[in-house]
Design a protein around this ligand. Structure first.
Ligand SMILES: Nc1ncnc2c1ncn2[C@@H]1O[C@H](COP(=O)(O)OP(=O)(O)OP(=O)(O)O)[C@@H](O)[C@H]1O
Length: 338
């Protein structure tokens, strides 16, 4: 049973592990599960997480993904697996993946990793080692890029099946926990590569902000994320309700029902309706669709994604007080000026 066990002693001589264990214990208390899968890279965060999870529960299954992108990656994966076995994980699985596809190697590796974890989790929640520092960086990046709530609210502690027990734990603590365990964590060379925005943010921007604002910036940013998580959740619930109210047969949406809702709720509802229809709306598209509802002046269809065949587009049109999403010829979209 992967519920927290308060009878397990915490080692007072190992304060960092103690802190990580308390975080895992709190997470398991809030999200009880019969067993958990831990996503183990071999880095400090997921190694400390694995050790703490094993200490807190009997049913921990480790999955190590080998992206096979660098020579020697199988050695890194084997060493992580060895650590998981030594800590006492119930099972340890190493999964090799083929990283292919567009959108950059990092994004492709991430997609392959999450797919592999999902396929090997056996219906268990998957614990990831994201820390408070990761959360702070996500919020700061989102703010700097002018992103919406979806991005600056950061990562959720539990977004099934993905669990993040360490969002309140500093990265420095997981490193010290590994020291206490006598484990030398794997250092991803990317984490030292200044070509990555996140690395520069970590190394240059956050220390500067700490200097200017007087410390506690990472914690403050993570607190912001926590508050926005709650706000974002409320908006998501209202948007879902609005969609249910506005939906007519054939999946048309009633524009009067939409127009009566606050803009933040309405745009959320529209976004999720579009995504359900395989659209990939950016902010500009979403505003144009929203204008069909609240700034209607007879405009033509708004393109929101590709069609199934070359030369076709997925569009949203307004007809007789409803919004409809459909495929049309690209030429037709152009002709209407959308
Ligand atoms: N090769 C791997 N095998 C298994 N789990 C991994 C691997 N790499 C990363 N993880 C898991 O994902 C967590 C986050 O890792 P990292 O910060 O490198 O990912 P990321 O690319 O930032 O992911 P995300 O897209 O979720 O932000 C790790 O703590 C670990 O739990």
């Amino acid at each position: 049973m992967a519920s927290p066990s308060t009878d397990r002693p915490l080692l007072p001589e190992a304060p960092a592990i103690h802190e990580v264990r308390l975080a895992v214990r709190a997470w398991l208390g809030a999200h009880p599960a019969d067993a958990v899968t831990v996503a183990l890279s071999g880095g400090a965060d997921s190694a400390a997480l694995t050790a703490a999870a094993v200490a807190e529960t009997d049913a921990v299954h480790a999955v190590v993904v080998d992206h096979r992108l660098q020579s020697g990656s199988e050695v890194v994966a084997a060493r992580a697996a060895e650590f998981a076995r030594a800590r006492g994980c119930a099972t340890v699985t190493v999964v090799g993946v083929d990283v292919t596809g567009g959108g950059g190697i990092e994004a492709a590796a991430r997609a392959a990793r999450y797919r592999a974890l999902d396929e090997n989790r056996d219906d268990r929640p998957v614990l990831l080692g994201h820390t408070l520092d990761d959360q702070a960086e996500t919020v700061l990046l989102g703010l700097g890029r002018g992103s919406g709530l979806r991005s600056i609210r950061g990562m959720a502690p539990f977004d099934p099946p993905w669990g993040r027990p360490l969002l309140g734990v500093r990265r420095d603590t997981t490193r010290r926990a590994c020291d206490e365990l006598g484990y030398r964590p794997y250092e991803d060379p990317h984490n030292a590569d200044d070509r990555f925005t996140r690395v520069r943010l970590r190394r240059e921007v956050l220390p500067l902000l700490e200097d200017v604002l007087g410390g506690g910036v990472a914690e403050a940013l993570a607190r912001t994320a926590g508050q926005l998580q709650d706000d974002g959740h409320a908006l998501d619930v209202w948007a879902r309700d609005l969609l249910a109210t506005a939906r007519r047969e054939d999946d048309l949406l009633d524009t009067d029902a939409l127009a009566a809702a606050p803009a933040a709720v309405r745009r959320r509802a529209l976004r999720s309706w579009l995504i359900d229809h395989t659209a990939t709306p950016n902010e500009t598209m979403l505003r144009a669709v929203d204008d069909l509802v609240v700034a209607w002046r007879g405009q033509g269809p708004v393109a929101v994604g590709r069609g199934p065949r070359t030369g076709t587009r997925l569009v949203v049109s307004r007809r007789r007080g409803t919004l409809a999403v459909e495929y049309v010829d690209r030429a037709k979209v152009r002709a209407t000026g959308s």
